[in-house]
Design a protein around this ligand. Sequence first.
Ligand code: HEM
Length: 184
Amino acid sequence: MGLVSTPERAGVLFGQARLLYCATVLAAIDYRWWVFIHLAGVFGFLLAHGASVSALFRLRKERDREKIRQLIQFSGSTIRLFYISLLVLVVGGVGAGLQGHWFKQKWIWEAIGVLVVVTLLMFVVARPYYRHVAEATELRPSGVPRVSDEDLALRLESPIPAIVTLLGFGGLAAILWLMIFKPM
Ligand code: HEM
């Protein structure tokens, strides 16, 4: 009773050593470098996601199926860079948060909450909308569109882009406000 077997103890020791290593690395990197990494991630995020944002605005007026397909493909081609930037943004933010002892305050948790909620809503609203529009650009083997021009126009004129814009810019504004004003 109460005795920990050798492999278990080794596991605990290994875990503690890893924690100590992480804490040392965290402390060794200057706070400003964590902020630098965080902001570099934010710039990458905005640049990469800007393609999806521009495509969203452009799509509303476009009726040429080939151009619509190209716009959606272009947006899709930036998603990898978008996710890499998101990872850099999060790593830098967590590093700065830990070193600056910000995790004791509510605002940083609220900012993370907004980021998570907007991300989830994008999966539920923005992504399916692009798939739905892309589907309407497909042609049958005979060359006839699978979906009528009227249905395509209806999909493009749906309120979804406005909702995505509101969610996206609203989320960005909320995160920015929390980061700048740091309400306790
Ligand atoms: C906090 C800000 C934002 C976050 C965290 C976010 C996150 C995401 C995520 C995770 C996706 C799914 C990417 C995928 O398909 O794997 C996505 C897609 C998308 N987002 Fe955002 N987004 C933000 C802001 C915005 C803004 C401001 C707009 C437009 C005004 C926007 C428009 C779109 C569109 C159109 C897509 C679909 C892209 C595609 O499937 O190719 N987002 N977003």
